[in-house]
Design a protein around this ligand. Structure first.
Ligand code: HEM
Ligand SMILES: *[C@@H]1O[C@H](CO)[C@@H](O)[C@H](O)[C@H]1NC(C)=O
Ligand SMILES: *[C@@H]1O[C@H](CO)[C@@H](O)[C@H](O)[C@H]1NC(C)=O
Length: 329
């Protein structure tokens, strides 16, 4: 073979091997169940519709469940596994215990999916679809969900503690926890916009109100009126489970008010307000743009959700399709 003919051959080998090394999300497909369970999208949507109709907050709870799944071993439904005698659950990890909600809703949806298409649709894919439907039902954008994830055989209590960001993380910790998942600072800002819906417990923001960084003072990046409002919900001790909306303006509507709140020093968690008040020259412009333009937020959110939804997915013959989301087969 002449050297000239070798060039395309070498190119082909390089292209093929980089293709194989690409993140496994290349293996997900929007039509994954089109012949094996064509009704799956309608079943999940109708399950989410009933759940949100019964309790508006459930949209937020399911969206968060998907995030907490993806940040631990990837989007593999590991968060849904109950503890066994040999395995601690992710549910009992610090960020999740007495906090994550929606497991019963997932069980109900899984049962309906199983009755139409037994043994076909993974819990991980159900969660990805349900999270999208949660956003749509709250007035947010829709998108095509990539499918074909399989369910894990294990959970990781220790990774749940280590990987999931904490409400008092600063901007550099938040950035590095997202980077560790292959997500960018843009993804961090855009996905934090999920806090346009849902509630947080007093215990997750109390220190900001009374004793920021051990100072005995409130966090100076909290607007005065908002501080007073939060103090009336969350006393300096007790009432740990009292709830405040993550978006003080439009608590149940999926919109870009979250970012406007940050500009007004009305972010609920330290991790929210840090996106603006740490004055990061690369991040503040993103916050401002999303605050200014609802359509930028609505086009960015699906993109970042698709990236988050492809973290370390199990595909092909890896993992399994669980029959019950709480236990391995
Ligand atoms: C950037 C780092 C993040 C931190 C530190 C964080 C932290 C928190 C905390 C502490 C709560 C309240 C939990 C409780 O009081 O029990 C919460 C709620 C929530 N989070 Fe995040 N979160 C982050 C990112 C995200 C992302 C990426 C999503 C989804 C894409 C998300 C979705 C939600 C939702 C929807 C709620 C409300 C849940 C409900 O009402 O049941 N969060 N988050
Ligand atoms: C409806 O929501 C309430 C909480 O508001 C909950 O206790 C109940 O279990 C839910 N019912 C169904 C069928 O999901
Ligand atoms: C950010 O900028 C504001 C306004 O200039 C200033 O008051 C604040 O101290 C700065 N914060 C930090 C963390 O540098």
């Amino acid at each position: 073979m002449s050297p000239k003919m070798l060039i395309p051959l070498v190119l082909a080998v390089v292209l093929l091997s980089t293709g194989l090394m690409q993140s496994s999300h290349a293996q997900l497909s929007s039509s994954y169940y089109s012949s094996t369970c064509p009704s799956v999208q309608a079943i999940v949507r109708s399950g989410m519709q009933s759940a949100v109709q019964n309790e508006t907050r459930m949209a937020a709870s399911i969206l968060r469940l998907f995030f907490h799944d993806c940040f631990v071993q990837g989007c593999d439904a590991s968060v849904l596994l109950d503890a066994t005698s040999t395995m601690q659950s992710e549910k009992s990890a610090i960020p999740n215990a007495n906090s994550l909600r929606g497991f019963d809703v997932v069980d109900t949806i899984k049962a309906s999916v199983e009755s139409s298409c037994p043994g076909v649709v993974s819990c991980a894919d159900i969660l990805a679809l349900a999270a999208r439907d949660a956003v749509v039902l709250s007035g947010g954008p829709s998108w095509t969900v990539m499918l074909g994830r399989r369910d894990s055989l294990t959970a990781s209590y220790s990774d749940a503690n280590a990987n999931i960001p904490s409400p008092d993380d600063d901007i550099s910790t938040l950035t590095s926890k997202f980077q560790a998942q292959g997500l960018s600072t843009t993804d961090l800002v855009v996905l934090s916009g999920a806090h346009t819906i849902g509630q947080a417990r007093c215990v997750t923001f109390r220190d900001r109100l009374y004793n920021e960084d051990g100072s005995g003072e409130a966090d100076p990046t909290l607007s005065t009126t908002y501080l007073q409002q939060l103090q009336s919900i969350c006393p300096s001790s007790g009432s740990d489970d009292n709830l405040a909306p993550l978006d003080v303006q439009t608590a149940t509507k999926f919109d870009n008010a979250y970012y406007v709140n940050l500009l007004n020093e009305q972010g609920l968690l330290t991790s929210d307000q840090e996106l603006f008040s740490s004055n990061s020259s690369s991040i503040v412009p993103i916050v401002k743009k999303l605050a200014q333009s609802s359509s930028s937020f609505f086009s960015a959110f699906p993109t970042s959700m698709t990236s988050m939804g492809s973290i370390n997915v199990l595909t092909g013959t890896n993992g399994e399709v669980r029959l019950n989301c709480r236990t391995i087969n």
